[in-house]
Design a protein around this ligand. Structure first.
Ligand SMILES: *Cc1c(COP(=O)(O)O)cnc(C)c1O
Length: 359
């Protein structure tokens, strides 16, 4: 039987070994990890791979994903890593062991809810140390710390502090902003009158800093998605040594293969997405059309894995490739691409892309 394309083929065994390697490496430095599943839409097979690797906590940005992973029987702890909506606090208390949080009203409401439901949730208070996404601003952290500490209780615990890097503004972790986070955490510890359980120092880019020896010993938690799933660090634009990068590929089928001119014939207006395309005359070349488009995946995040294949352009449902150097490729052939984080995310979300988990 033929597979159903487009297909995202995921090698779970390689994600498991990435997980084991990271747990060992970070554990040796006293750093615990939350395995971040949102890049693969919290697919239960990914949760199972995380469980096999030995992670204790899975972190996701969506309660829907957490519900699905729990529902599939993956009995680990779960952390919500998008600061919650007021409208989802009840579900949060039911589904999560931890949540990131950066709003005092939300914190107070969650506390009340946890007490009523008898549910225990750990809150990680987020501080913005420069990247300008979520968090109390690091300057003047004392007041936020004092207010947050007031919400600490038996059911809603103030579990820790956290910061984000390289998300909204591309600000990389550094000695300075790690120090800013340290100050925020110290203020929170003083207000609470006890040490914090969690000092969460960011995602994959902080792992790179840890390897360089530039992450303070205080940081005892990282939330790792990209490094684990793709063995890559986009913020620093580098491969992560010791981790597998070939964890998944996107496969699509050729539906046309033909020699055509490289210059279109006729007056040109805008393309399907309103852009004005530019062309270079390279004479006649062999072109292929793949049954894959922008509805399936973020095309700009794909790298062809087959020798002599180059992406030309794409519309909603068609991906055009140059296959001049590959006369052997014809209709019915399947080509493979390596997804970056954005392509993985979009392919995993698209209902049109079949997901196949191996290993
Ligand atoms: C997505 C996310 C992460 C994981 O980041 P990676 O770069 O994929 O490791 C960590 N923390 C938060 C809050 C996130 O939203």
């Amino acid at each position: 039987m033929r597979e159903s394309y487009p297909l995202l083929r995921v090698r779970c065994d390689r994600i498991v070994s990435n997980g084991r390697a990271l747990i060992k490496e970070c554990g040796a430095r006293g750093v615990g990890l939350w395995a971040v599943s949102k890049g693969m839409s919290g697919h239960p097979e990914i949760a199972r791979a995380f469980e096999r690797a030995g992670f204790e906590t899975i972190a996701d940005s969506r309660l829907d994903n957490i519900r699905a992973m729990r529902g599939a029987g993956v009995a680990l702890k779960y952390a919500l890593i998008r600061i919650p909506m007021r409208s989802e606090l009840e579900e949060l208390a039911e589904l999560c062991d931890y949540t990131l949080i950066s709003d005092l009203g939300t914190l107070a409401e969650l506390k009340a809810l946890c007490e009523r439901a008898g549910r225990s949730v750990g809150a990680v208070i987020m501080f913005d140390v420069g990247d300008l996404r979520e968090g109390f601003w690091f300057r003047g952290a004392r007041e936020a710390a004092r207010e947050a500490a007031r919400c600490d209780g038996d059911f809603l615990r103030i579990a820790g502090v956290g910061a984000n890097f390289a998300c909204a503004s591309g600000v990389l972790p550094s000695a300075e902003n790690f120090e800013a986070l340290r100050g925020c955490g110290a203020a929170l510890e003083e207000e609470l009158g006890r040490p914090l359980e969690i000092w969460s120092g960011g995602g994959t880019c902080s792992l790179s800093r840890m390897r360089e020896g530039l992450m303070p010993a205080r940081i005892n938690n990282l939330r790792i998605g990209e490094g684990l799933l793709l063995g890559y660090d986009t913020a620093f634009d580098r491969e992560l040594e010791g981790l597998a990068r070939d964890t998944m590929r996107l496969e699509a089928e050729l539906v046309e293969a033909r020699r055509k001119p490289t210059l279109p014939v006729g007056e040109t207006g805008r393309d399907a997405f309103g852009n004005l395309p530019v062309f270079e005359d390279r004479g006649e070349r062999r072109r292929g059309i793949l049954a894959l488009g922008k509805q399936d995946v973020n095309i700009s995040g794909l790298t062809p894995l087959d020798e002599g294949v180059r992406i030309i352009t794409a519309s909603s449902d068609h991906l055009l490739v140059d296959i001049e150097e590959r006369p052997d490729l014809d209709v019915g052939c399947v080509l493979s691409f390596r997804p970056d984080y954005t392509a993985m995310l979009s392919a995993s979300t698209s209902p049109y892309v079949t997901k196949l988990f191996e290993g």
